[in-house]
Design a protein around this ligand. Structure first.
Ligand SMILES: Nc1ncnc2c1ncn2[C@@H]1O[C@H](COP(=O)(O)OP(=O)(O)OP(=O)(O)O)[C@@H](O)[C@H]1O
Ligand SMILES: [Mg+2]
Length: 495
């Protein structure tokens, strides 16, 4: 989590010009940036308002305000910068006094430079540790009941506010939304905000389990009820007693299974397989689906009566593309989380990276965004995530393998040729470049080129096959080969 030494700033408070020169001659070649002050008053003024620094070295004997007073005043600003004190006095009392006031270390003049360097390096380590500690503490402090649920868009906040309101009721709740929008997260929130929060939260993905197993998972079975039933098994409805059962992907249930669930909801009783005795259950049912259940009902695949039972209170989570305001805070949250988990020094996104995130379609919603950030945190070699770190494996592979592609992301050259190029070709080439530079983001490209979106579409039409190679979602109307198009472009570039 440490920064490079080159970027570290040392503020030096020393009224003796010769010592300033000596310190400068020794410390500058080590890569530190030095800022000198000849009085404690001047240093206080600048360090409070304008000048950032990582370590302070101060003389104790200064013209007006002395070093001890400086330490007291500076530390009251709570800037957390270590202070190293220099003095000609060898007296232990002075050293103790300085350290008591909050100095980090003490150096006696004439300065022993290797000792000073060691002290600076250790002070910097301490500062880094303190910063990391504060960073971790700020994350822990942020935790609240909806901990880890990030969003500031109005339509997402509406969904959260409904969830919080209805959490305390006994009504069944159906959470809908595309895959990866956070349905399970909301289901957990409904549980933690309910009176049942001390009880269990039991989740089952109805589409992931074969039909015959699903039944025994949900209802349990009696010993010997079928071959292999060597012992009784308690079903999930019973396990969720006094808590919440989350039936995920309820839209994928078969019709016979729907009938069984409907009976449970109506009677609030279950029967373990192989038993006649009905058992009362007390579990709150929250279900979720990415499917449009109204459509499923009209197609005869979902029972309308079950739908009404489950959907007493509906909560719809909008897809990420309809709540773009959530992208940046979520990305920052994931960055922080994955940086912590991976003990990575990554702390921020570049401006381009943030723009890239905002331009994506996020068909896989929050899950896709989360995965993209995790991959970037692991892959990046910088403390700031760059746009390239966010490219998908697919895009990387295309860029790495497509040797015929002449796209240079950072540069645009119009080649010098013996004969001049027709202006139309130059314009066309520049548009291709602009679209590719923006990773296919049409709105952004149109805005930057100051043309409207329709004009951009019209202009890129002849080049769309090049773009498909990089951006699979690009509209495709002709079937000519991608590489052929790129080759043609290239041959034109060769003088
Ligand atoms: N608002 C949010 N804040 C923080 N993380 C979120 C948010 N929404 C979703 N996530 C994260 O995104 C991932 C997907 O969320 P979740 O599993 O709840 O989605 P889902 O709608 O149930 O998806 P699926 O339909 O695929 O089951 C999870 O890791 C979840 O923690
Ligand atoms: Mg889910």
């Amino acid at each position: 989590m440490s920064q490079e030494k080159q970027s570290r700033v040392i503020a030096i408070i020393e009224d003796d010009i010769d010592i300033q020169d000596l310190l400068s001659a020794f410390l500058k070649p080590k890569g530190y940036t030095l800022v000198f002050f000849s009085s404690a008053e001047a240093a206080l003024l600048e360090l409070e308002e304008n000048q950032k620094c990582d370590v302070i070295i101060t003389d104790l004997q200064l013209p007006k305000m002395n070093g001890i007073e400086f330490i007291q005043k500076f530390n009251s600003m709570e800037k957390q910068v270590p202070i190293i004190v220099m003095t000609v006095t060898k007296s232990a009392d002075v050293a103790i006094q300085a350290v008591k006031q909050g100095a980090y270390d003490f150096i006696v003049k004439p300065i022993h430079f290797p000792q000073l360097l060691l002290s600076i390096e250790r002070a910097l380590q301490l500062k880094t540790l303190k910063e990391d500690f504060q960073f971790l503490r700020s994350i822990i402090k942020k935790k609240d009941p909806s901990e880890g649920i990030i969003g500031r868009s109005q339509n997402f906040l509406n969904a959260i506010s409904i969830a919080k309101k209805v959490a305390k009721s006994t009504a069944n709740i159906l959470v809908t939304g595309e895959s990866g929008t956070g349905k399970e997260l909301i289901a957990k929130l409904l549980h933690t905000e309910s009176y049942r929060s001390k009880g269990p939260f039991v989740a089952i993905n109805c589409s992931a389990i074969p039909e015959n197993l699903l039944e025994s998972e949900l209802f349990g079975f009696a010993k010997g009820s079928f071959t292999g039933a060597v012992d009784k098994k308690i079903g999930l409805f019973e396990e969720a007693e006094n808590g919440t059962i989350f039936l995920d992907e309820i839209g994928d249930l078969s019709l016979p299974m729907q009938a069984k669930i409907l009976r449970v909801l109506q009677e609030k009783k279950i029967k373990r397989i192989g038993e006649n005795q009905a058992r009362m259950i007390n579990a709150r049912v929250v279900s979720a689906t990415h499917k449009n259940l109204a459509e499923e009902i009209s197609a005869g695949r979902f029972r309308e009566d079950l739908f009404f039972r489950l959907n007493v209170i509906p909560i719809k989570i909008p897809p990420l593309r309809d709540r773009k305001e959530d992208i940046v805070p979520m990305a920052e949250y994931f960055l922080t989380r994955f940086a912590l988990v991976n003990d990575s020094p990554v702390r921020a996104f570049s401006k381009d990276a943030l723009e890239y995130l905002l331009d994506q379609k996020w068909k896989g919603n929050v899950r896709e965004l989360e995965n993209a950030i995790e991959r970037a945190v692991v892959l990046t070699e910088s403390t700031v995530i760059q746009v390239e770190d966010l490219y998908t494996e697919e895009l990387r592979a295309v860029m790495a393998n497509d040797k015929t592609a002449t796209f240079d992301k950072n540069d645009f050259h119009i080649p010098f040729e013996h004969t001049l190029l027709p202006l139309h070709d130059v314009v066309q080439k520049y548009i291709e470049y602009a679209v590719m530079k923006n990773e296919g983001a049409k709105d952004k490209t149109a805005k930057e080129l100051q043309i409207d979106r329709k004009t951009l579409y019209r202009k890129i039409n002849p080049t769309e096959n090049i773009l498909i190679g990089f951006f699979p979602h690009w509209p495709r109307s002709t079937a000519s080969s991608n590489s052929g198009m790129i080759r043609r472009r290239r041959s034109r570039e060769m003088p």
